[in-house]
Design a protein around this ligand. Sequence first.
Ligand code: HEM
Length: 183
Amino acid sequence: MQHNFFDFIGAEEGTWKTQSIQTLVGEPIPHAPFLTIQEGSLHSTPQATWALKGFKSNIRYTEKAEKIQLNQQSVSHARVEDTCATLIPIRKSEAWWELTQDERRAIFEQQSKHIAIGLRYIPAISRQLFHCRDIGQPFDFLTWFEFSPENVAPFEDLLASLRASEEWTYVDREIDIRFIKLV
Ligand code: HEM
C-alpha cells in the first residue's frame, strides 16, 4: 500500500511555483513559495513550511455508468501544456461524517450533481483525489488539478458551480492554492 501515499510539500524550493493561496473557509496555512509532490509513506513526515499527506483509494460514491463515462473521458498521461495546477485541501464537517453512505451519495450526486458537473470539464481539467481523513491529517481530502492556461476560466466556472452546491454546505475547511509549473 505504501506506493499509494503522496506528500504535498510546501517549502522554499520545489517543482511548482506558488501563485496564490486563498483560504475560503476555516483556518489558513502558512505561505510557502514552492510545492513538490512526492511518493511518501504512512510514516515519513518531510520537513517543510507545511506537508500534507494523502493516499489514493477506491471509489465511494461513483456508480457504474458514471465510472465508465469518467474512464472514457479521462487522460492518463501528463500533458506538456498543463502548466497550471491547483491544490485544494478540503475538510468536511462532523454532520457530513455522521450521515450514512446512501444519504451522502444523495447529497453528493442527486442534489449537488458533483459528477455530472465535473464530467463537463474533463479531460480539459485533469483531476486527482487523495484521501487523508483516516490517517490523522488536518484535512479529509487533497484534490489536485492540472490544466492549460486557456482552461483557467472554465476551471473557475467549475469551482463556482461546486461551491454553490448542497455538498459544499458540509465543507468546513477549504484552501485554494494555485501553482505554475517550473520548466
Ligand atoms: C474536474 C472535474 C471533476 C470531476 C469529474 C470530479 C469527479 C469526482 C468523483 C467521481 C468523485 C467521487 C469519487 C468516489 O466515488 O469516491 C469525486 C469526489 C470528490 N471531489 Fe470531485 N470532481 C471534479 C472536480 C472537483 C473539484 C474542482 C473539487 C474541489 C473543489 C472536487 C472535490 C472532490 C472531493 C473533496 C471529493 C470527495 C468527496 C467525498 O468523498 O466526500 N472535485 N469527484
